[in-house]
Design a protein around this ligand. Sequence first.
Ligand code: ZN
Ligand code: ZN
Length: 308
Amino acid sequence: MSIRIIPQQPLEESDKHAADSIPPLLFPRLKNLYLRRATRLRDLAAKNPLGDYLRFAAVIAEAQEIVLYDHPLQMDLHSLLVATAASGKPPLDIHSLPRAAHWQRLLHSLIAEMKPEMSGQALAVLENLEKASSQELEAMASAMFSNDFARVSSDKAPFIWAALSLYWAQMAALIPGKARTEAGNQRQFCPVCGSVPVSSVVHIGSEHDELRYLHCNLCESEWHVAATTCSNCEQTRELHYWSLDSATGVVKAESCSDCGTYLKLLYQEKDPALEPVADDLATLVLDARMEQEGFARSSLNPFLFPGE
Ligand SMILES: [Zn+2]
Ligand SMILES: [Zn+2]
């Protein structure tokens, strides 16, 4: 199955029956999203061996919350949606959507917000980014969108991504469309922007984990892929579930022996405060274990890039 976004038509017959089925896509709700993420990062930092890094990520998320409201985005996405619905591409395709200067304004505002909170190496990186030319910033953005992470140093990458992600999330929240499910095998990529997930969340009220949504690491949209289906290759035969903390069971890894990858599942019912980016970053021990078992990660955390 794949998920396609089409322009919203008023009073469509199909909408009358849509209420009782599982929505294939949830566009981002940005109100308090970054604040909740920052709070969760700080809560998890208290008992985490990587607490300092979680607090560093919290500073970035707090800056995103402020800059989101300081730089609102107004944009009419209807004609873009009509064009992409015809082409079959995601409407905010990272590989083809032209980037407006807005994202660099977001980046410079983020830097201004973060500088007083950072010291040492992180502060030096911010000062360095502040001086980068517009062309250099565009080159880094293009490299990250084409998975060429070797061309962006790993200490700059989270800051660049934070600005791009905020821009994409603002656009995604404005999409005047709706999603429908179609035949095809594309669910390892976000149907809104074509990026990859950070992790997946099993929503409250899910009896057999059927309400599992993958959370986009760029535009913050969530798309439906029921647990017991590998999100990377759509196979259902060789899935196994791994957990380091079986007592609480908040976070599990779903591994697939068909394609050799894994993705984390976060169970909202076990902890309603969980957050797909924060809880993923706080459970890197589970990633180390999965790598030992020979599985590769099919997702990417926005605060942790492979780097050079
Ligand atoms: Zn996305
Ligand atoms: Zn698979």
